[in-house]
Write a protein that binds this ligand. Structure first.
Ligand SMILES: NC(=O)c1ccc[n+]([C@@H]2O[C@H](COP(=O)([O-])OP(=O)(O)OC[C@H]3O[C@@H](n4cnc5c(N)ncnc54)[C@H](OP(=O)(O)O)[C@@H]3O)[C@@H](O)[C@H]2O)c1
Length: 356
């Protein structure tokens, strides 16, 4: 079975091409060629709007969102972690994943292995000099004053790097202060062999891997016709490549795998064909992986977050225009922890609104 992410791709194309109807037809049961031709013709001639339809035998289905409140009071948590447990967090050193995992580690102190491309800031000689600086403005002003960099582009690049380093350092220090053991591993997740070796080394060293949270991702938004294959590849591969490695390497006793997907795969988003397609693969894979592991696998289609993470001010205004509000960090943290503890679905959409 191939996981190619068509729903997110087509729904995003539908948002980019105003005068074109884009619709994905999925056949969940085998059909004869003639039947497929009939279905296709019928869909071309049908005016209603769904960007995705699924045929099961002769029945036509639409994808819909069903409210599914989480019951937390009577249930016992589905996960059991103690001080010896090991949790691998891809993209966990900064951004929303770091915030959520920090919160989780308060309830479940153990060993967390955080992975990102950035070099370990603890090895950078200059890290101490900047450690106390909390905002980009503060760092930028300091760099300009130091006179070491002259071009604005250089100053901006260095500012972003130092800001990120500070966030990573803060995540490590905060989580250690909560009684966790933190390992930071610098690795590009597009390198499948690198991730495969990391997981083997975890099993070798600890003889266990209790849970995985895959929150790595990046945005390089552009309209589809302006995208290059290398940019599409970077965005897509960062999310998708780790999945095959996880499917091959995780032992069945892994208690949970949480994949950070996005509403972009459910609704589509202008400029995000690559990102939405990648997230659709996550949604699809969660189902497949759920069947292989004893533990639970959840793909969470997050709405946009406020207070941390990748949402730029441009993207924030685009969401506002569409009436989509941002998830407040503190409430979101609690929702995330409850989902890991009590969630029963393999795909959930969580976004901010009057009722969650
Ligand atoms: N923020 C939101 O509103 C929102 C909404 C929906 C879904 N999500 C999803 O939630 C996750 C976290 O988002 P965020 O907003 O926290 O983003 P973020 O601040 O940009 O963090 C992304 C993390 O992924 C790591 N990363 C990116 N590419 C990588 C690669 N090739 N290999 C290894 N690590 C890589 C980054 O570390 P390095 O730069 O050091 O590699 C960083 O720690 C993403 O998967 C995103 O799609 C976020």
């Amino acid at each position: 079975r191939h996981h190619q992410g068509y729903p997110g791709l087509f729904k995003s194309l539908a948002r980019e091409f105003d005068h074109t109807t884009c619709r994905l037809i999925s056949l969940s049961t085998p059909q004869e060629v003639d039947q497929i031709a009939d279905i296709t013709l019928k869909e071309i001639l049908t005016n209603d709007k769904p960007a995705e339809v699924i045929y099961k035998n002769d029945q036509r289905h639409k994808v819909d969102i069903i409210p599914s409140p989480l019951s937390t009071s009577l249930n016992e948590a589905h996960i059991q972690l103690d001080q010896k447990s090991v949790v691998l967090v891809l993209g966990g050193a900064q951004g929303i994943t770091a915030e959520l995992v920090k919160h989780m580690s308060q309830a479940y102190p153990c060993t967390y292995i955080l992975v990102g491309r950035s070099a370990d800031p603890r090895n950078e000689a200059s890290a101490k000099e900047f450690e106390g600086m909390k905002t980009k403005e503060e760092i930028r002003a300091y760099l300009i004053k130091s006179g070491k960099f002259t071009s604005p582009a250089e100053i901006e690049k260095e500012t972003t790097k130092i800001y990120k380093n500070n966030q990573i350092l803060r995540t490590i220090r905060d989580m250690e202060a909560l009684g966790n053991t933190i390992i930071y591993q610098s690795l590009d997740l597009c390198d499948e062999e690198g991730l495969s070796n990391l997981i083997s080394s975890i099993y070798e060293k600890y003889s266990r891997l209790d849970g995985v949270i895959h929150g790595a991702g990046l945005l390089e938004d552009k309209l589809f016709k302006q995208k290059t294959t290398s940019s599409f590849g970077r965005v897509f591969d960062t999310k998708v490549k780790p999945l095959r490695v996880l499917a091959e390497q995780l032992r069945t006793d892994c208690q949970f795998v949480v994949l950070f997907s996005s509403i972009a795969s459910v609704y589509g988003n202008k400029g995000q064909t690559d990102y939405a397609a990648a997230n659709s693969v996550l949604d699809d894979y969660a189902n497949a992986l759920n069947k292989r592991l004893q533990g639970k696998v959840i793909s969470i289609n997050w709405g946009p977050w406020k207070g941390a993470g990748m949402v730029s001010s441009t993207l924030e205004s685009e969401y506002e225009r569409r009436g989509i509000s941002m998830i407040p960090l503190d409430e979101g943290k609690e929702i995330f922890l409850n989902e890991i503890k009590y969630g029963t679905e393999s795909q959930v959409l969580i976004m901010s609104g009057n009722n969650w």
